[in-house]
Design a protein around this ligand. Structure first.
Ligand SMILES: [Zn+2]
Length: 357
């Protein structure tokens, strides 16, 4: 009651004031110092950067083993890796640089940001925050462009060698580690800043939206999405369908969950690329990729059920149309794929997708 009386008198006050000088706030506000505002902005940028880093790190942790264990199915689309992410202050986007440097202590030298679980770098004893000093006796680049230059050094070294001698500094101690190079599928899995729940494959890389990263409930669900998108790339779906046409990112998961509806929102490209057969193949090969990385895949069909439930338009009965896979059909197939892979695993067989005879 008191409040409404108060609001009414405020309104009256405003109404009177409008006639003269517009309606301005009438209560006193705190005086804000420039320095405090600048500090707050820095704090918020640090939080935003940290948030993004968590997504990047999570995607790297889950995607690296998938890309490494799928190597024999990626033909010549391979690169050599030690399984570590590096950064220095200049490699961070300008708007975050100051905050990130404060937060991480990153300087001009490249530093280990993350180690893929079980990958050669971790096995050789490299640790997060180690500072890179030299590669095979040559000083590692620092400052602007160091990340790109260092990657080029790795690529060059990998042409002739299977091990790298990496000199690092940890605290005040310098040491040389001998790190093996391993082949991984050269389809980088990257964070897409969009809030929508989706994932993309374009024949060169895989993109997972931040919306999807929030939607997936656990590592398995994320691994299922990555496996599915990677399969679109390794099976050449985009190339087969689009020829050599230049193509941007092709949205996938959402289209798939709607039964590959080529109408309306999803446009023609998704419909053309992700046909019924290609979707079925990405489900099949993708679950092999997921299982190879060590995930228990029993709950994989449930992830697609959750996606379907979020997009009920795609749930159709059998016979909806030859070119439109009905969602129930997809789940029956997924359950069979899970059973096939589990049987192979139990029998100690290599997890390789069955090719058509
Ligand atoms: Zn797909």
């Amino acid at each position: 009651m008191q409040r409404s009386l108060f609001s009414r008198s405020l309104l009256l006050l405003c109404a009177a004031a409008v006639a003269l000088a517009g309606c301005a706030p009438v209560t006193q506000r705190p005086v804000l110092e420039e320095k405090a505002i600048a500090e707050e902005a820095l704090k918020q940028r640090a939080l935003a950067w940290q948030d993004l880093q968590e997504d990047v790190a999570r995607l790297y942790r889950i995607s690296y083993p998938i890309l490494a264990r799928a190597a024999d199915l990626c033909d010549d689309k391979l690169r050599s890796s030690i399984g570590a992410r590096f950064a220095n202050a200049p490699s961070i986007a300008k708007e975050f640089r100051e905050s990130a440097a404060k937060l991480t202590g990153l300087g001009d030298h490249l530093q280990v940001m993350q180690l893929a679980p079980g990958a050669p770098a971790e096995r050789a004893g490299l640790r997060e925050k180690d500072i890179l000093l030299a590669l095979d006796g040559k000083p590692t680049p620092s400052g602007e462009g160091a990340s790109t230059k260092f990657t080029a050094m790795l690529v060059e070294a990998a042409k002739t060698r299977q091990h790298l001698e990496v000199k690092i500094r940890r605290g005040s101690v310098e040491q040389v580690l001998r790190i093996e190079l391993e082949p991984v599928c050269d389809y980088p899995v990257v964070v897409n800043a969009a809030d929508m729940i989706n994932a993309f494959a374009d024949g060169k890389k895989v993109e997972i939206t931040r919306g999807m990263l929030r939607f997936v409930r656990d590592d398995l669900e994320l691994a299922v999405v990555i496996g599915h998108e990677l399969a679109h790339n390794t099976m050449g779906h985009i190339r087969k369908q689009m020829g050599n046409a230049l193509l941007g990112s092709v949205l996938d998961v959402l289209a798939a969950s709607r039964g590959v509806d080529t109408q309306g929102l999803f446009g023609n490209i998704a419909g053309m690329v992700f046909s019924k057969d290609f979707e079925a193949e990405a489900d099949y090969v993708g679950l092999y990729f997921t299982a190879r990385a060590g995930h228990e895949i029993d709950n994989a069909p449930n992830f697609w059920r959750r996606m379907a439930a979020a997009n009920p338009d795609g749930i159709q009965q059998r016979g909806f149309g030859a070119s439109h896979p009905s969602t129930p059909e997809r789940f029956v197939a997924l359950e069979k794929i899970v059973a096939e892979i589990k049987a192979k695993k139990a029998a100690g067989q290599i997890l390789a997708p069955q090719l058509q005879k």
